[in-house]
Design a binder for this molecule. Structure first.
Ligand code: THU
Length: 162
C-alpha cells in the first residue's frame, strides 16, 4: 500500500517577518557563528536555544584535525546544556551559518546526526522543540518547524529499545 507523509513548515521571506522572539533567537544563532572554530572548512555554524526561563545559550561548531571528531554547533550546544541548563526545557533552537562565498541565501539544513540529537533532547524533556533555520543575512529566507518530526520522520527513539 502506497502511503504519503506530509511535512509542514513555515517559510518567511526575511527575518523581519518573524515574531520578535524568533528574530532574537535567530540573531543569537548568527552571533554564535563567531564562536565557531573552523580552521578546516571555514564553514561557521551558530546555534542558539531559548529555555523556558527566557535564557538564551549559544554555541558554534568545533572542528578537529582528526575530522570525524568535529562537533556540529547544534550538538555542541545540546551537550553543554545538559550540564548548565539545570534541566530546563528547551522551547526553541535557531541555527544559522556564515561562509566565505557570495550569494548564499538558503537556510541551513542540519545534518542527520544533529537531527537525531534533537530527537533525544525532545524525548528527554517530553516536549517538542521549535526549530528556526536561517542564513547569514536578515534579508534571507527562514524556515520554521514546530518539532524535529518535521525534519526527521520515522525517528529512532528510546521507545524502540523497550
Ligand atoms: N556543521 C554544523 O555545525 N551543523 C550542521 O548542521 C551541518 C554541519 C558543521 C560541521 C563542520 O564543522 C562544518 O559544518 C562543515 O561540515
Amino acid at each position: 500500500m502506497q502511503k504519503e507523509l506530509h511535512i509542514s513548515y513555515e517559510e518567511f521571506n526575511n527575518w523581519a517577518e518573524l515574531n520578535e522572539q524568533d528574530r532574537n533567537l535567530l540573531s543569537a544563532a548568527q552571533d554564535a557563528t563567531g564562536l565557531a572554530y573552523v580552521p578546516y572548512s571555514q564553514f561557521k555554524v551558530g546555534a542558539a536555544v531559548l529555555l523556558e526561563s527566557g535564557k538564551i545559550y549559544k554555541a558554534g561548531n568545533q572542528e578537529n584535525a582528526s575530522y570525524p571528531v568535529t562537533i556540529c554547533a547544534e550538538r555542541t550546544l545540546l551537550s553543554t546544556l545538559t550540564s548548565v541548563a539545570n534541566g530546563e526545557k528547551i522551547l526553541a533552537m535557531a541555527v544559522s551559518y556564515y561562509k566565505n562565498s557570495e550569494n548564499y541565501t538558503q537556510p541551513i539544513s542540519p545534518c542527520g546526526m544533529c537531527r537525531q540529537a534533537i530527537v533525544e533532547a525532545e524525548t528527554r524533556q517530553g516536549a517538542p522543540i521549535t526549530i528556526i533555520l536561517g542564513a547569514n543575512n536578515p534579508e534571507n529566507k527562514v524556515y520554521k518547524v514546530d518539532g524535529i518530526a518535521s525534519l526527521l520522520p520515522f525517528q529512532f527513539t528510546s521507545e524502540d529499545l523497550k
